[in-house]
Design a protein around this ligand. Structure first.
Ligand code: HEC
Length: 184
């Protein structure tokens, strides 16, 4: 329908003018977007050359690696290589809530279907400092893109992150990253 495609083109133009959400493909040829979404329409979402690229972008700007990938925050993102991303961290976050650890999101996505992941991100809550309000605010399309990105990451899924510790319990020092010699 002509009317429809005009609206789509207008939205594309708006999206391209509107900056941060757009990853790529504003050069006339809109390949893009996550397929099979119910909420495409007017819902803001990341546009990229593929859903995997959209998911990678969201993980990067969403800061997921800061807490869910060991070494990442402490090396300013230089380590580890992408093949090791999101395997969970032994670097604890201690506060009045006790100590929490960024979970292994590869294992989480393995045990959940894509729809269950979308549901978790839409309704999730847990101890700090997991930024649930930010994650809940993502469109379903963006939640799906993150799932698809994580599921195609190479390498082993790795171990589960440590369980949270209650307030007042001193956490052990973080385990050395896999493949490195223990500190002398
Ligand atoms: C500031 C640190 C931090 C950031 C940034 C962060 N997380 Fe988390 N996340 C956590 C912690 C800590 C937990 C575990 C909380 C607990 O034990 O109650 C968690 C738990 C989760 C869980 C639950 C996993 C499970 O198996 O129960 C999901 C899903 C999740 N995070 C997704 C994300 C995504 C996606 C991003 C990026 C958009 C992200 N997180 C960014 C700290 C963070």
């Amino acid at each position: 329908m002509r009317g429809n495609s005009n609206i789509k083109r207008m939205m594309t133009a708006l999206a391209c003018a509107g900056s941060a959400v757009v990853v790529a493909a504003c050069d006339g040829q809109m390949t893009t977007t996550v397929s099979s979404t119910a909420d495409a329409g007017a819902t803001p979402m990341v546009l990229a050359t593929s859903d995997i690229e959209a998911g990678r972008y969201l993980v990067l700007v969403g800061g997921c690696n800061d807490c869910h990938t060991p070494q990442y925050a402490m090396t300013n993102g230089a380590q580890p290589p992408e093949a090791e991303w999101l395997k969970g961290s032994t670097e604890g976050h201690t506060g009045p809530w006790g100590t929490t650890y960024g979970k292994n999101l590869r294992l989480t996505t393995q045990r959940l279907s894509e729809d269950q992941w979308v549901e978790l991100l839409a309704t999730g809550s847990s101890l700090p400092p997991m930024p649930w309000p930010s994650v809940r605010a993502m469109s379903d399309a963006d939640k799906r893109a993150i799932y698809r990105y994580i599921r195609q990451l190479p390498g082993e899924a790795g171990e589960q992150a440590p369980d949270a510790l209650p307030p007042g319990v001193t956490p052990p020092p973080p385990a050395p990253p896999a493949g490195t010699a223990p500190a002398a």
